[in-house]
Each structure stands twice: as C-alpha cells, then as structure tokens.
Design a protein. Structure first.
Length: 452
C-alpha cells in the first residue's frame, strides 16, 4: 500500500480511513458518512474509449481508481466480472432521449449493481483479515432483496434485514423471505424510517459491539462507488464527440444520484442532474429556499422505495458542495447553494401524475415504466419543457426496477400484467420464513442478543 485514497467523515470528528476500513465500518464512529478525500478523474479520451469496453471492464476502471493500491488488479477484475454478468439495456424513446434499464440483475432492481459488488468486496476484505460480520439493513422494498441475494451463501457474513410490514409488495417480500441460510428477515410494525432508526441505534449501541455490526444501506461507501459505473457506461454507448448529457434520477435516499455526481466529478460531461422525487419533496424545497426541513413521518407514495423524508445521503451531497450536515439533518455550514442550483433541477411528481405518466408513456411510445421510473421520466419531461431543451440534447432517464415488481399498479393503470423477468419466476411456490417485531428499539436489541 503506497498511496491509497482516504475517506473522511461528513461530521469531521472521526479519523480518516482507507476504503477497506470504510467499507467494513459502514458508518463512521462520529455517526457521519464516509466520503473520499480525493476524487480521481478520467480524461475525455479515456471516457470515450469506454465505448469499446464491456460493462464489467468499465466497472474495473472506475472502481479501480478509488481502490488504487488497496486491491490486486487481477482480483478486482474477477470480482467485477462475477458481479456484472447481466445486460444493461438502453431503450431509445424519442429524439435523443433514452431510458436506461437497471432492472436485469438477480432481483430486478438497480440496487443489485451496488449490492453485488459490495458483497464481493466485503467478503474479499474479511477473508484477508480472517474476520466475520453481521450486516443489519433496513429496506423499503428493493434494498433488502438486493442485499439478501447479493450476500446469500457468503461464509463470513450473516445478514438481518428489517422491512416495514405494510410498505413492501408481496413479490419484494418473497425475494427476501424465501432464501434462508445466512439471511434473516424481520417484519416491523412501522415505516421505513422506523426501521432505519433502529438499525442506526444498534450501530451506536456499545452492548452490541460483540456482534461486529456493519451496514449495507446506501450509507456504506462501498455501495456508492459501484453506482458511478452505469453513468459512464450509458454515456459511452450513446454520446457523440462533444455531447454532454442530462440524467434524470428517481431518488429516495440519494445513493443513486450521488453515484452520478461522483461520475461528474470524475470528468463525465453532465449538463444537468434532474433529481426526481415523489411527494416527499424536502429536497426540491431545500434547493429552492435553502431551508432544510425533513418530512416526518415520510409520505406514502406509489413509488414506495422513494418514500424518504430525510435522504440518508444528503449529508454527502452537502459535503460535496462545501457544507456540513449532521446525522440529524442539521446544517452547521451552508453548502454552495448557487452551484447546486446550477448543477441540479429538482422535480416533485405526485402519485396522480406518476400514474398518468405510466399511461402516457405506454400509449405514446410503448415505453413500459413502473412507478419509480415513471417519476424519473416525468421529471425529465418537465425539465425538458420548462428549459426548452433541444431535440439533439442527449438525455438519459433511469428505470430503477422491473415493471413486473409492481403488478398491482401496472394492471390498474395499463390493464395487463407485465411479463416476469427470469429472476422473478417461480417465487410464489417457495416457502417464506421471517420473524415479526414491534418498532421499539429495545425489542430489536433483545432479538439480536438472543439470536446471535
Ligand atoms: C431504492 C430505490 C430508489 C431510490 O434510490 P436512492 O439511491 O435511495 O435514491 C428508486 N427506485 C427504486 C426502485 C429503488 O428501489
């Protein structure tokens, strides 16, 4: 190890650590989030040369820049090849506007991109250190199944996933509860934010130190870095020389869009990030007014994985723009709001509009979207029309889950049941195993102590 990139905590009260330490810790000891002290870059020639590389090769280049001196090249090549063995379709919709489908992984969610890579990296570093870990994660639907599937069968890792009882679909639940082995699933009386709060409290509870806890939520830097890759990939496939690109990112905890922001910092020519959110509109209001106020409890919307009243990665975004936000959402140093307004557009999409968009996109373009992707596409459409974006401008909207994961919504709006991707076939007949808990931290703590 000669010169690794170090990671600092957004609360600025913890020592800097290397990537592998940040990966294994998850949250910094001062409750802040780890951020790279230096963001490596690519030249435009290097970026355009990605057009001749496969997805996993681009992943090697991008992730390798952050892990320099901390992993052997041949090892990293093997890990990315194993993690990214599925296609990333780019669907042309109209003019120079595309939808990137991030839904072809084993759980048909974009969260597979991060979880599969993070699982492999954690296992690699645990092996080197001869250690074991218990991963706690809260999910509003897609994270849990992506994490559970990505870590299933890994010898050095046990996983506990908490999900809000009434906020995940049956298929999402079955993707987690039918695995068994090293994967334990727990249903909680409460909302996603309650699950997340319990997980966070467990991390800072000294009585649970013996469990060697780690997180796999989007707060782990090991999930953010793999999410940079598809921004480079899509650009390399679609851009002509001289192009820049507008991305629209359907957002909840802002992990996905942080990946995009890092890509921009690394040299990707991004014209604008459209941050598309559902009725949980704390960020659009913040961007407009400069005043940040979380939404408690978060609002229940159709795009349920985005029902977030306080995005857990917001502290990172604030840090990237020179500000400081603590884990409670209190800003002690204001970020550069005018630069943020220059880089982003933030669009709120109501449930009613989400449904109308699913219908319109299908009727007009035969574009099949589920609620999250529809929020993204609508955000892009609003941005394009309000700013008179030209027809030649390259625009890419992210579709973050497969429509078949939301059959009730699709049937109601379009009148047919979307075809299942291969990964979801046969789930119905498998046996489910999971435990039930209240939303009280003390119950969760006792549960962990008894079980592990
Ligand atoms: C998690 C999720 C999102 C939101 O991603 P963030 O990184 O939390 O902003 C969007 N769509 C789907 C389908 C998701 O599962």
């Amino acid at each position: 190890m000669t010169n690794p990139i170090l990671f600092y905590s957004t609360n600025l009260k913890a020592p800097k650590v290397t990537f592998s330490e940040a990966l294994l810790k998850g949250l910094a000891p001062d409750k802040g989030l780890y951020m790279p002290e230096e963001i490596p870059g690519f030249t435009m020639d290097e970026i355009h040369a990605f057009s001749g590389k496969e997805y996993h090769e681009i992943a090697f280049e991008v992730i390798g820049r952050f892990l320099r001196d901390e992993i052997d090249d041949e090892k990293l090549k093997a890990l990315v090849k194993d993690a990214y063995n599925y296609p990333v379709p780019l669907e042309k919709v109209i003019d120079n506007k595309y939808v990137m489908r991030l839904d072809q992984g084993p759980t048909a969610s974009f969260k597979d991109f991060a979880a599969r890579m993070m699982g492999r990296l954690i296992n690699h570093y645990l092996d080197l250190r001869d250690r074991k870990l218990l991963i706690l994660t809260a999910t509003s639907g897609d994270t849990g199944s992506a994490i559970a599937n990505a870590f299933f069968g890994l010898e050095r890792i046990k996983v506990v996933v908490l999900f809000p009882k009434d906020e995940v679909t049956e298929r999402q639940r079955k993707q987690m509860t039918t695995l068994g082995n090293n994967i334990q699933i727990v249903s909680v009386e409460g909302k996603f934010d309650d699950c997340q709060a319990m997980v966070k409290e467990a991390f800072s509870d000294p009585d649970l130190d013996y469990l060697n806890l780690s997180s796999a939520n989007s707060i782990n830097i090991g999930r953010l870095i793999p999410q940079i890759v598809y921004y480079f990939y899509s650009f390399s496939r679609l851009a002509k020389k001289g192009d820049d690109v507008i991305f629209s990112v359907p957002s909840g905890n802002f992990g996905d869009m942080m990946g995009g922001l890092f890509a921009g910092e690394m040299g990707l020519p991004v014209n604008k990030f459209v941050i598309s959110v559902n009725e949980n509109d704390e960020f659009p209001i913040f961007l407009k007014t400069g005043n940040y106020k979380k939404i408690e409890p978060s609002r229940n919307c159709l795009s349920s994985a985005m029902n977030v009243g306080h995005p857990s990665n917001l502290a990172r975004l604030v840090a990237l723009y020179g500000g400081v936000m603590d884990e409670k959402g209190v800003i002690s140093k204001s970020p550069d709001m005018s630069k943020m307004r220059h880089d982003f557009d933030a669009v709120t999409v109501s449930d009613k509009t989400t449904k109308e968009m699913i219908k319109l996109a299908y009727d007009r373009y035969k574009l099949l979207l589920e609620p999250h992707g529809a929020v993204g596409w609508k955000g892009l459409m609003d941005h394009v029309s309000e700013n008179r974006v030209g027809k030649d401008q390259l625009c890419i909207s992210l579709e973050t889950a497969h429509p078949a994961k939301f059959p009730e919504a699709i049937v109601e709006i379009l009148g047919f049941d979307p075809e299942l991707p291969e990964s979801l076939i046969g789930l119905e007949s498998k046996t489910e195993i999971f435990d039930n808990l209240t939303g009280k931290y003390s119950d969760f703590k006792n549960y962990l102590k008894q079980k592990y």
